[in-house]
Design a protein around this ligand. Structure first.
Ligand code: DON
Length: 310
């Protein structure tokens, strides 16, 4: 039986939304990673994939971009899946920090980063994956990406090298955490794994499929493969809801009401559990480091489709 459209005329709505926002070039591309500063600010893509694998798209959905922080829910999911929730919770908390993604403020008394969506937490997740898989850790992430996108994974070496040469703040965070015994792996190897995951490339079409896999409780909408346990998906979506949008997570939850994750390359993914995955790509960012048009498009999609969870 054919699945009914989530909204009659959804495709027409996306086309119109894309057209309305196409001329909005508010914000700025990320400059602290020099290679990202060269991103084309006009590129704009919207993709929605239902839990059954139907896709509705508008714009430049096949243009690749690096995942950056949108990789964090997936590396966290992998750690939960491979290491177990109880163990991971001992090393990374699930508390919104109210701080920007690159905050270097650590609670020395608690010895764990606030959550796995900020850089400090994601670096501890990298250390956990390294501890578990050693030199195979990146391969595990590549295999996961392949399962999620159905394509051979690609890494953008220019972005990787560009970020590596300017990653002074992330270096400071990871070395400080090593000093405080918040991670037990080599800080440089930990940083490299994190930077590699950030430099993985996807398209907007790929990203909505990845989001749809989370929307469907961990089962890939097209292949039918169970990629994550339901308990892992529940944990990841909970943390995305409270922490995925960093210090605007409260505002986002209030207005949009969906678990989401942004990245400084301009990717944004939101998940409507049991319904669909939403992905947007547009490189110009707002003050919080989220895609400006990504936030607007997502707000309007959630409103129009009535997706707010509450
Ligand atoms: O660690 C960094 O600074 C980047 N590789 C990722 C940061 C990021 O995407 C923040 N999200 N909006």
């Amino acid at each position: 039986m054919t699945e009914p459209d989530p909204l009659p005329e959804l495709q027409a709505f996306l086309d119109e939304l894309h057209q309305t926002l196409a001329s909005d070039l508010t914000g700025d591309v990320a400059h602290y990673i020099p290679e990202l500063a060269t991103s084309d600010p006009h590129t704009f893509a919207i993709s929605i994939t239902t839990k059954n694998g139907r896709t509705f798209q508008a714009g430049d959905v096949d243009v690749p971009f690096t995942l950056q922080s949108v990789s964090k829910p997936f590396s966290y999911a992998l750690a939960l899946q491979d290491i177990g929730c109880a163990e991971v919770l001992q090393h990374v908390n699930v508390e919104p920090s109210g701080n920007p993604f690159n905050s270097i403020r650590l609670d020395e008394g608690r010895s764990v980063p606030d959550n796995p969506m900020i850089n400090a937490g994601a670096l501890v997740v990298s250390s956990l994956l390294l501890g578990k898989h050693q030199e195979k850790a990146f391969e595990r992430l590549l295999d996961l990406l392949q399962d999620l996108t159905g394509k051979p994974p690609r890494i953008n070496l220019n972005v990787l090298q560009s970020e590596n040469s300017t990653a002074h703040r992330n270096r400071a965070i990871v070395y400080l955490m090593r000093n405080l015994n918040m991670l037990d792996q080599d800080p440089e190897k930990t940083l490299q794994l994190y930077l590699q995951q950030c430099a993985l490339e996807v398209t907007c079409a790929d990203l909505s499929m990845m989001a749809a896999t989370l929307a469907s409780g961990g089962v890939h909408p097209l292949s039918g493969q169970r990629i994550f346990d339901p308990a892992v998906v529940r944990a990841v979506l909970s943390v995305m809801y409270s922490c995925g949008m960093y210090n605007s997570a409260g505002d986002w939850g209030f207005r949009v009401g969906l678990p989401a994750k942004s990245g400084v390359s301009g990717g944004l993914m939101a998940v409507a559990p049991g319904q669909m995955g939403i992905a947007i790509y547009s490189a110009k960012l707002d003050a919080h480091g989220h895609s400006h048009r990504g936030v607007l498009a997502c707000q309007r999609i959630a409103e129009r489709l009535g997706l707010h969870l509450f």
